[in-house]
Design a protein around this ligand. Structure first.
Ligand SMILES: [Fe+2]
Length: 390
């Protein structure tokens, strides 16, 4: 369901309610049997997330900050953190290792109630953390659900498109200054968004549209591996949408890994934009196909959201990979209550993604927001566009 935008004046408690409604609705999409599946090998079984969304808020606020006593230490620990293993380090637990859904739901209901009882004493910054943490999971859970067999979830069939891929011109971005990050004292941001700083960016060219399935198909026909979201049958290409398969829509953005995006860009004689180049190209951009409006993409030339330089869809319809390795901005300080949120990923093995996907909440479409994944994580709703130096 599309989500009401959390405006600065609306009470944070209402935003948390809306975020909870979003994740509750998401779990309602599933057949109960699916809860014990692990649709993505590098992530936990889905039952983990049913407990995690509440355990995180409880551990952070009620236990961590307000020092309330635990009523279920085992679950507090079991559901505390997700995983992002090194390649080859996928977990090996069995479905039977996890508690019953009934027990997890009882724990979740009790922790949610405890959080609400304490709500007036919760620092504003922690409320933002709870809200955005939950909304990030609303998105990453969709990636996991995407990989379940269709009989285990219910939702709207994807729209089909028979339009050809539009011609994708290069747009010139003049030399200028990109402002990355967020000034302190200017509203909520995660630790990795600080400090704001300016970067001088030489003139460059960037593709007007995200790279489309049609453009990428030429590359696959030249021998490249097809993306995770595609399937070939009897010589026809299909796209695996969230709730059904459709003939490959050539005018939709292709979703690929960072490695695939980089290789494609090289094949075209270009490269991926840096984080600073993305900021330059995205000046003045507004959202398109984001904030849970749809489950699947729309055409790369779906109108709206054009940036100041005429570049389309830099906020929504699929994250965009950059060539920038995820790292701290000058002046970075980890949140004392969540030290590992970003710092655990400053390992040279994660790349910055910018923009947003159809399942990214409105509050995280702010220009300073940074997302990151491993270069071969293939489940994320992320595409790319190419740049040329001039
Ligand atoms: Fe989490």
């Amino acid at each position: 369901m599309p989500m009401e935008t959390c405006r600065p004046m609306s009470p944070l408690a209402a935003c948390l309610d809306a975020a909870r409604a979003q994740t509750d609705a998401l779990f309602a999409v599933l057949d109960p049997e699916a809860l014990y599946q692990r649709p993505v090998v590098d992530r936990h079984r889905l039952i983990f997330y049913l407990g995690h969304l509440e355990a995180f808020d409880w551990n952070l606020v009620c236990r961590g900050t307000l020092e309330q006593p635990s009523f279920h230490e085992t679950f507090d620990k079991l559901f505390a953190f997700g995983i992002d293993p090194e390649p080859g380090g996928a977990p090996a637990d069995q479905a039977s290792d996890w508690p019953a859904e009934r027990e997890v739901r009882a724990y979740s209901a009790r922790t949610r109630q405890a959080f609400d009882n304490a709500a007036t004493r919760v620092p504003e910054q922690l409320l933002h953390v709870a809200i955005e943490h939950r909304l990030m999971h609303a998105e990453t859970l969709a990636y996991l659900f995407h990989n379940l067999p269709y009989e285990w979830k219910r939702g709207p069939a994807p729209a089909e498109s028979t339009a050809p891929a539009p011609a994708n011109q290069m747009v010139e971005i003049p030399k200028g200054t990109a402002v990355l990050g967020k000034p302190r004292g200017d509203g909520f941001g995660w630790d990795n968004e600080f400090d704001a700083h300016s970067v001088s960016v030489p003139r460059f060219q960037i593709a007007r549209f995200k790279i489309s399935n049609g453009e990428y198909l030429d590359y696959v026909r030249s021998g490249a591996r097809p993306p995770h979201f595609w399937r070939q049958q009897d010589g026809q290409w299909w796209l695996r949408g969230m709730f059904g398969e459709i003939p490959l829509p050539l005018d939709w953005p292709v979703y690929v890994t960072h490695s695939e995006a980089s290789a494609y860009a090289r094949w075209r004689g270009g490269s991926l934009p840096t984080e600073a180049q993305f900021h330059r190209a995205a000046e003045g951009a507004s959202p398109v196909n984001a904030n849970f409006e749809r489950w699947d993409p729309v055409s790369v030339n779906f109108p709206g959201g054009t940036s100041r330089y005429g570049v389309e869809q830099l906020l929504g319809n699929g994250w965009e990979w950059t060539s920038t390795v995820f790292g701290p901005f000058p002046g970075f300080e980890p949140f004392p209550f969540y030290r590992g949120y970003s710092a655990d990923f400053f390992d040279g093995n994660h790349f910055v993604m910018k923009g947003g996907s159809p399942r990214t909440a409105a509050c995280m479409l702010r220009p300073s927001f940074r997302n990151w994944f491993r270069p071969d994580y293939r489940y994320v709703y992320a595409g790319f566009r190419i740049t040329h130096t001039v």
